[in-house]
Ligand binder design. Structure first.
Ligand code: NAD
Ligand code: MG
Length: 388
């Protein structure tokens, strides 16, 4: 069984993490889990480690729960434990993985991902925040080390599949599809009063809370436009967004001759995850595929810009360049957390992002420390706006 592909999974306890476990479970003859990481919640992570007999286990933020006697009791026999960002970076880079699947949320994965790239690991990238924070740094590092970044975000995975090595000269534009989120049919005058519960009721996808709120504001699509710019090296003007309420066409590529290729599958992240983990091989999926014996409607509508100010703000940040997208992401993250904690109203999310972008000067950050400093500054600025 030595030919199995060895996987390190960052963010094993999350929504993408659990879909990934399902894919690995269904392909134990091809895939082997050699490392798992979460932020905290050792019990839950250790349970995964025991279920898959994982030899390397790490926590980004280990607390007193990770005392040596508890580790000895909870982890599989002989497993090694890794602590904090340094430990997670070591785990990602040195444990003999073939592929590191980056599925932890937020920007904590930036350093571990860079470490894995430097060690020559293939990166399957579900996390979008690190490309928004440091797209140039990450893609330059991948190029320098000859490492492949395989997108797992469903839109980008769809585009990756449609492109299939196409010549850049042949690409006219990328068309990202968007479900429109929980409020796509809510009259805009009601948006001021919507609650976290309503924002979390996504019509099609079951995901973590932060990204579900981002779907409702379309900050998620904004992050994805920025992500696409870095993954596919196209200009922002070549990236379009269209509302597709059914979430079956995951995205499309239009070529210069007018032909459009699309990737379709039911709205389950297992398709993109499995594609990325087995690439370039393929195998039967782990959930049912589309059923054409039933009537199926595929609808496309233009995206109303006034309903989704966060999308326009993402484009402004991308046009401003430098650290502006890092500010966009940090301000949005702080604002979404405050909305979920009922400290601010839904429409204050774009307001905080807009004010943060307007007040923090754009810089050309060239290294990790500078980028992380700007991120801290943006978080603090957004925090002050919320406390006011
Ligand atoms: P989630 O909240 O369900 O899980 C997040 C995982 O990351 C957990 O394992 C958690 O322990 C870890 N984590 C959370 N905060 C952390 C922090 N501050 N530092 C380190 N680790 C932390 O999130 P999710 O929905 O699985 O999304 C994970 C990533 O994948 C995000 O970047 C998201 O944008 C991206 N993504 C998710 C989906 C989806 O369908 N859920 C789709 C596309 C992309
Ligand atoms: Mg997506």
């Amino acid at each position: 069984m030595s030919s199995r592909r060895r996987i390190v999974l960052l963010g094993a306890t999350g929504s993408i993490g659990s879909s990934t476990l399902r894919v690995i479970e269904g392909h134990r003859d091809r895939l082997e889990l050699v490392g798992v990481v979460a932020r905290s919640r050792l019990d839950e992570l250790a349970q995964i480690a025991r279920r898959f007999d994982v030899p390397h286990v790490g926590l980004y933020e280990p607390g007193s729960e990770a005392a040596p006697e508890r580790l000895a009791h909870l982890l599989p026999k002989g497993a090694r434990f890794y602590r904090g960002i340094d430990g997670v970076s070591e785990l990602a880079a040195t444990t003999g993985a073939d592929v590191v699947l980056v599925a932890s949320s937020g920007t904590a994965a930036l350093r571990p991902t860079l470490a894995a790239i430097q060690a020559g690991k293939t990166i399957a990238l579900a996390n979008k925040e690190i490309l928004v924070l440091a797209g140039r740094l990450v893609t330059d590092a991948a190029r320098t080390h000859g490492v492949r970044l395989i997108p797992v975000d469903s839109e980008h995975n769809a585009i990756f599949q449609c492109l299939d090595g196409a010549h850049p000269r042949h690409i006219r534009r990328l068309v990202l599809t968007a479900s429109g989120g929980a409020f796509r049919d809510t009259p805009t005058e009601q948006l001021a009063h919507v609650t976290p519960e309503q924002a979390l009721a996504h019509p099609n996808w079951s995901m973590g809370p932060k990204i579900t709120v981002d779907s409702a504001t379309m900050a998620n699509k904004g992050l994805e436009v920025i992500e696409a710019r870095w993954l596919f090296n196209v200009t922002p003007g070549q990236i379009d967004v269209v509302i597709h309420p059914q979430s079956i066409v995951h995205s499309m590529v239009e070529f210069v001759d007018g032909s459009i290729l699309a990737q379709l599958s039911p709205p389950s992240m297992t398709f993109a995850i499995q594609h990325a983990l087995l690439h370039p091989d393929r195998a039967p999926g782990v959930v049912p595929t589309l059923d054409f014996s039933q009537v199926m409607r595929l609808e496309f509508r233009p995206c109303e810009t006034d309903r989704y100010p966060c999308l326009a703000l993402a484009r402004e940040a991308l046009a401003a360049g430098g650290t502006a997208t890092a500010v966009y992401n940090a301000a949005n993250e702080v604002a979404v957390a405050a909305f979920l904690a009922r400290r601010i109203a839904f429409l204050e999310i774009p307001a905080i992002v807009r004010t943060s972008l307007g007040t923090i000067p754009v810089r050309e950050a060239s290294n990790l420390e500078e980028i992380l400093a700007v991120e801290q500054e943006a978080r603090a600025a957004a925090d002050r706006l919320i406390s006011r």
